[in-house]
Unconditional design. Structure first.
Length: 251
């Protein structure tokens, strides 16, 4: 489990509903009876609980399940909100990828043996919002390329070059020269965006193929260490794919 998702077992034990009720009840009973004994007993029981409770495997498992449920709920909200802005094709791809990730995670949970395995599953489930971000990136690139196709920078360069050749005023010629340079940069950006478009589609396709392969591996009963290794590779691939967002920002 990552350091950000490690539950604070002691804090959870203290703030649990039943613990606060019992501790508060002992304080009220102490006030009502005008005796410190109930409060002292409550504090002693509290110290014993905080010392023993957070170490109990059953308690830890329940806390971890609660943390996982909250994390999944946040991911579900993020994915559902992001899905509203996607085109139908990408919505279908995201839903299919999400179902595959959930199926793989559900079948892997019974084979988890330690905190490292739990951390891996948490990262693996993070592929859903990662896939969403790639779909959003793809649509942003597509929209930008469509704008450039409607107003081709090549036409702008040709028009400005013609105006530059016909202009006699030096000041206007300088302005036109600067405009030509900007239009030429648009051509370079268009070329880089086409390349970025191919990269994003390739990343999405590889993620989909890898999920299909991983699911088939589980169905065939492949050993958990091999499945975990494939999961780690898939998570690493998704992390590197999200670096494409920075490239679009530069463009």
């Amino acid at each position: 489990m990552t350091s950000q998702s490690v539950p604070n077992y002691v804090s959870t034990a203290f703030y649990s509903q039943y613990n606060l009720i019992l501790l508060g009840g002992s304080a009220l009973f102490s006030l009502a009876s005008a005796s410190p004994v109930p409060l002292a007993m409550g504090v002693a029981a509290e110290l014993l609980w905080l010392g023993v409770g957070p170490r109990l495997p059953l308690f830890r498992k329940r806390v971890e399940q609660q943390v996982d449920s909250e994390r999944r709920a946040r991911q579900d909200d993020e994915v559902m909100q992001g899905m509203r802005s996607l085109a139908p094709d990408n919505t279908s791809r995201l839903l299919a990828a999400g179902q595959a990730i959930s199926w793989i995670t559900l079948n892997a949970e019974s084979r988890v043996v330690d905190a490292a395995d739990r951390a891996l599953l948490n990262e693996f489930e993070g592929l859903r919002p990662a896939f969403l971000r790639l779909c959003q990136l793809q649509e942003r690139v597509d929209a930008r390329l469509e704008d450039l196709r409607l107003d081709p920078p090549e036409h702008e360069v040709a028009r400005l070059s013609h105006a530059y050749a016909a202009e006699k005023d030096l000041g206007l010629r300088f302005t036109l020269h600067q405009s030509i340079k900007l239009a030429q940069k648009k051509i370079e950006q268009q070329s880089r965006m086409v390349d970025l478009q191919r990269q994003v589609e390739l990343k999405l396709s590889l993620l989909e193929q890898s999920l299909t392969h991983l699911r088939s591996q589980q169905q065939l009963g492949v050993a958990w260490p091999d499945v975990a290794r494939d999961m780690q590779a898939l998570v690493a691939h998704a992390s590197s794919a999200l670096g494409l967002e920075a490239e679009l920002g530069e463009l």
